[in-house]
Design a protein around this ligand. Structure first.
Ligand SMILES: Cc1cc2nc3c(=O)[nH]c(=O)nc-3n(C[C@H](O)[C@H](O)[C@H](O)COP(=O)(O)OP(=O)(O)OC[C@H]3O[C@@H](n4cnc5c(N)ncnc54)[C@H](O)[C@@H]3O)c2cc1C
Length: 493
């Protein structure tokens, strides 16, 4: 593992177009780029953000993808991670115009032939719905739900350091390190096992892989701890709130400018890149040593996704109406089916019966669609770079669980893995998780270093979801990266 120093080529001395000098320039106005910029600006630093797109937000944007008046979140909608994030919690989001809207229940796992499993915000209520598994569920999730600070630190803190809650971490870690396939066997009933599988499937890894248990515990833990809210009006409200906070602090944001070389940026004491490791290698190729660049290029991509956004004439007609109480519905059938779907994707094959995540925010936030109408999205995992249209396969699966779904479709917008990469170069081959969640890349992302936010060049930092704690709208990668910058600029900190 390399340390923070290293033999680095200095940033090239003379850049004729570099007129102004900032304390820090951030490339990318995603949740992590904005979080990094805010953290630095709060310390009085002069920060400038450069964003390729015409709007801020990265994976946190909202637009009318289908019909006028239907507001779709292009990427993220479900903000359990944001609601749980200590960084987001420190901002005073309501004053920034961000209002969390809570579905009646965070999550349901739907089946075509039996009642859904519903995850209520309340742990005891959820356990009560799990029959004989209820007591075991409460025993597994209870310590997580009752130790918010230690839980947040374990899943959103930096990975390589002395843990501040060692007792909690020992208990949590022994379950989190398990493959989801083993964690699920703690439970007897097929619906509970299916729930563990679908919660773990958010990791986009095969469920036989160690540490997929962590994804299940994190998803379910946040559901009970803070719920899985959506932002009223769309996720753009959160991105706009972050941008407003940055501007209040004196930071500046330039949109519509794709950064291709570091030399094109204004002069700065530190550069923070909210980009993928492969982009970091391209943008900074002349400013980082060859062995580090090679390690960045070896970083592995995760699976892609295939997403459909819908304008609907009514709520999704789930076989089990309990699903209408949930903001997020998992469509995956029993444990074995979810596991087979994720295993196929991890092996580079399209699953026969894809596991699907369905989100219908307009059920709880009527501002998303004209009166009586709805928006919904659904995505399935596909092999990285997979580029065929699987609309038919996905809708056939939805019809099994919600007969008559297709009759409600007023318009649909299709996003393939290639489309998503075109939309945001961070999503290479459709990877929405900032890189494959293999055991190595969960612990050491993007490369093994004591502080993974630093690079061998003392002025260049990485702050995207390709650093710990990884994917999701929580801003903690940016926050930790900014702390590394502050330590570098003022070593006394
Ligand atoms: C379809 C989809 C659904 C998702 N659903 C959820 C969800 O419900 N809940 C959740 O918590 N997470 C969800 N996620 C994941 C979440 O959106 C990401 O993990 C999160 O946005 C990562 O934040 P980031 O700041 O690291 O990167 P990004 O959000 O990708 O932002 C990076 C920004 O940098 C800009 N950029 C990149 N390269 C350059 C360059 N060279 N020059 C200038 N600008 C550049 C991009 O345009 C972008 O604005 C979803 C993601 C997708 C794609």
């Amino acid at each position: 593992m390399s340390g923070d120093g290293g033999t680095a080529p200095p940033l090239r001395a003379a850049h004729p177009r570099r007129a102004s000098r900032h304390d820090a320039v951030v490339v990318g106005a995603g949740p992590n780029g904005l979080a990094a910029a805010i953290t630095l600006a709060k310390e009085g630093l002069d920060v400038h953000v450069v964003e390729a797109s015409d709007t801020v937000g990265g994976g946190c944007r909202t637009t009318e993808l289908t019909l006028p008046g239907f507001r779709h979140d292009v990427c993220s909608t479900v903000h359990g991670m944001a609601a749980f994030s200590p960084f987001m919690g420190s901002l005073g989001l309501p004053a920034l115009g961000v209002e969390w809207v809570h579905p009646d229940a965070p999550l349901a796992h739907a089946f075509p032939d039996r009642p859904a499993v519903v995850v209520e915000r309340d742990l005891a209520a959820t356990a009560a719905g799990l029959g004989d598994d209820g007591r075991r569920y409460a025993r597994v999730l209870g310590p997580i739900v009752h130790s918010r600070e230690a839980f947040a630190d374990s899943v959103l803190g930096q990975i390589v350091r002395v843990p501040p809650h060692p007792v909690f971490l020992a208990g949590f870690g022994s379950l989190a390190a398990l493959p989801a396939s083993v964690l699920a066997r703690l439970f007897a009933a097929p619906p509970t096992r299916a729930l563990i599988a679908s919660a773990a499937a958010h990791s986009t890894a095969a469920l036989s892989q160690p540490f997929t248990g962590a994804a299940a515990l994190m998803m379910l833990g946040t559901a009970h701890q803070v719920g899985w809210p959506v932002a009223r009006g769309g996720s753009q409200a959160l991105a706009d709130g972050l941008a407003a906070r940055l501007r209040d602090l004196g930071g500046t944001i330039e949109t519509g400018r794709m950064v291709r070389r570091l030399a094109d940026l204004p002069d700065a004491r530190a550069y923070l890149l909210d980009v993928s490791p492969w982009q970091l290698a391209r943008i900074c190729s002349g400013d980082l040593p060859g062995d580090y660049l090679r390690s960045l290029r070896r970083y592995r991509r995760g699976p892609g996704i295939f997403k459909l956004d819908y304008a609907l004439s009514g709520p999704i007609p789930w076989r089990d109406p309990a699903c209408l109480r949930a903001g997020t519905v998992h469509v995956g059938g029993p444990f074995a089916e979810v596991a087979a779907s994720e295993a196929a994707v991890a092996a580079g094959r399209l699953p026969e019966r894809p596991f699907l995540i369905v989100v219908q925010p307009s059920l709880f936030d009527p501002t998303r669609a004209p009166e009586g109408r709805h928006v919904a999205w659904v995505y399935g995992h596909v092999p990285n770079g997979f580029n065929l249209d699987i609309t038919e396969r996905i809708e056939a699966r939805l019809e099994e669980h919600a007969p008559g779904f297709r009759d409600l479709v007023l318009a649909r917008h299709v996003t393939s893995s290639a489309d998503i990469e075109r939309y945001n170069p961070n999503c290479a081959g459709g990877d929405i998780a900032g890189g494959r969640n293999s055991v190595m890349q969960i612990i050491f992302r993007p490369v093994p270093r004591l502080s993974p936010y630093t690079t061998p060049n003392p002025r260049i930092f990485l702050c995207s979801s390709s650093t710990p704690p990884g994917g999701g709208v929580h801003g903690m990668c940016g926050y930790h990266a900014a702390k590394a910058v502050l330590r570098r600029l003022s070593p006394a900190r």
